[in-house]
Design a protein around this ligand. Structure first.
Ligand code: SF4
Ligand code: SF4
Length: 482
């Protein structure tokens, strides 16, 4: 059986379904219905959002269509408040690890598409994975997301081996404690294997929820050409108990307003079908230039910085308990503005070329990259800046290792207990970072931030535990968590 045929039987099941949960006409109808919301329409929705209740599509449509600067500012202020109330002031850090840029698909917007002859193709060997991971660990990373194209060379067994390789690589006091996966949609049998090997989050981004645009971007006859195979990727994961899943859209392929509604419908579908378990995180990358990819240089639906800010805030207001990831695709100045609007995770010190960490002095490897990064600063620099932004950097990986995923996580998150875990764990993992990896300036900024947030903690058993744990870390113990 050829690689392209391997899912043929499964595809038939999805093709026979009459409708999926994205109804393009209905979405446009809702956006049109609220094309000119009044201030009081917007404030009515904000009142609901302030209670940390997931919004309904028509309510999201009201926020999307709002053009009034006064109430847009109210949206920004509330998005910031919700993020702080639910997650505390912590920002979790991670970095991607590109394992392979070989791909059988032909997505028009991607530098890795099979027809692009302008990039050099390669897949890391197990030894090379260890080398890359060792460098990442040496910079202070604790969380990664492994990125693969879709190719016979990086099949499920290869993926499982690569994940094991990441976890077994150590460097001094450091290690990767959580490896998330960004890969193609998989079958249930394959997902069982991923679960057994101990991944963190399984990420599959729909790219665009708009059916017609999806068909245009992903040619028929490719695996990715099957919209529903991709749309139900998270369902299959949840069906086999892999309950930590993520969704996303690539902004710039179609109208951002539609894509936001698509992300919300996807969340609602999961919550309704899986006992309240929605996506663990949502990503909202904007398309970036990529070598040998002319499609991206003239985008009809390019999202401006102002629209981007607005869409991030609307997501925060609409799905209050879902983590939101902002990547280093964005330039530092955009990140500074957008992070306070509800972002809970960012990457820093990232290299997106295959083998990019070993070539870090070059920073970019355009001949092996999928797109171009906007923020190429070092992890240390971004950590230092974050400490001065009323936020506390965190390398926490505690929930997934303590079994707080899926329903358990939602239970904890919805009871607003997450900051009881998030902030203490941010303090402890940040302390580890400062002891093992930080430059002198960053250590100074980080110690100040730790003192500030320690001072803000209630005088209770948790605080006592954290103070004692800091002492244990200073004496050489590592990986203390709640
Ligand atoms: Fe392959 Fe993903 Fe790029 Fe499409 S977007 S060509 S599936 S790597
Ligand atoms: Fe994430 Fe849980 Fe750690 Fe909070 S405590 S940062 S939710 S892993």
């Amino acid at each position: 059986m050829s690689f392209l045929d391997k899912y043929a039987e499964e595809f038939k099941k999805y093709d026979s379904v009459e409708n999926d949960f994205i109804d393009d006409d209905k979405i446009w109808g809702q956006l049109e219905k609220w094309s000119k919301p009044s201030k009081s329409d917007v404030r009515r929705v904000l009142d609901k959002a302030a209670n940390k209740i997931r919004l309904e599509p028509e309510e999201m449509a009201v926020l999307i269509q709002n053009q009034d600067s006064e109430t847009i500012n109210e949206m920004y202020a509330l998005a910031n408040k919700l993020k702080r109330e639910i997650y505390g002031d912590r920002i979790v850090f991670f970095a991607p690890l590109y394992i392979s840029n070989k791909c059988v698909n032909k997505c028009k917007y991607c530098g890795f598409r099979s027809e692009n002859n302008e990039i050099e193709r390669r897949t890391l060997t197990m030894d090379e994975i260890s080398e890359e991971v060792s460098i990442m660990i040496g910079e202070g990373q604790k969380r990664t997301v492994l990125v693969y194209g879709e190719s016979p060379e990086t099949n499920i067994d290869f993926m499982c081996d690569s994940i094991k390789q990441v976890y077994k690589t150590k460097n001094g006091n450091g290690e990767i404690r959580r490896a998330n996966i960004n890969c193609a949609p998989l079958s249930r049998e394959e997902l069982v294997k991923l679960k057994e090997v101990g991944i963190g989050t399984y990420q599959v981004f729909q790219e665009t929820y708009h059916h017609k645009t999806y068909r245009e971007m992903h040619p028929e006859g490719t695996i990715k050409g099957n919209y529903r195979w991709r749309l139900y990727a998270q369902d299959r994961a949840l069906d086999v108990g892999l309950d930590d899943v993520a969704i996303g859209a690539l902004f710039g392929l179609y109208d951002w307003r539609f894509e936001l509604m698509g992300l919300l419908y996807h969340t609602i579908h999961m919550e309704e079908k899986y006992n309240g378990v929605g996506p663990h995180t949502i990503s909202f990358p904007r398309i970036e230039p990529a070598i040998g990819t002319p499609y991206v240089s003239n985008l009809k639906y390019a999202v401006s910085d102002e629209e981007f800010k607005k869409l991030v805030a609307i997501l925060r207001l609409s799905v209050p308990y879902t983590g939101m990831i902002l990547t280093a695709r964005e330039k530092p100045e955009v990140r500074r503005e957008v992070i306070p609007l509800g972002v809970s995770q960012i990457d820093a010190g990232s290299r997106i070329g295959v083998g990019g960490y070993r070539k870090s002095e070059a920073n970019m490897l355009p001949d092996k990259e999928q797109f171009q990064l906007g923020d190429t600063r070092s992890l240390d620099d971004v950590i230092k800046e974050t400490c001065g932004m009323d936020s506390l950097p965190s390398f926490c990986t505690a929930c997934y290792r303590a079994g707080r995923t899926g329903e358990h996580f939602m239970e904890v998150a919805k009871n607003s207990f997450v900051h009881n875990f998030c902030m203490p764990n941010a303090i402890l993992t940040m302390k580890e970072y400062l002891l093992d990896f930080a430059s002198e300036d960053t250590r100074e900024a980080g110690e100040k931030a730790i003192s500030k947030y320690l001072g803000m903690m209630k005088e209770d058993r948790v605080k006592q535990y954290v103070v004692e744990a800091i002492g244990r870390l200073e004496k050489g113990e590592r990986d203390i968590r709640l």
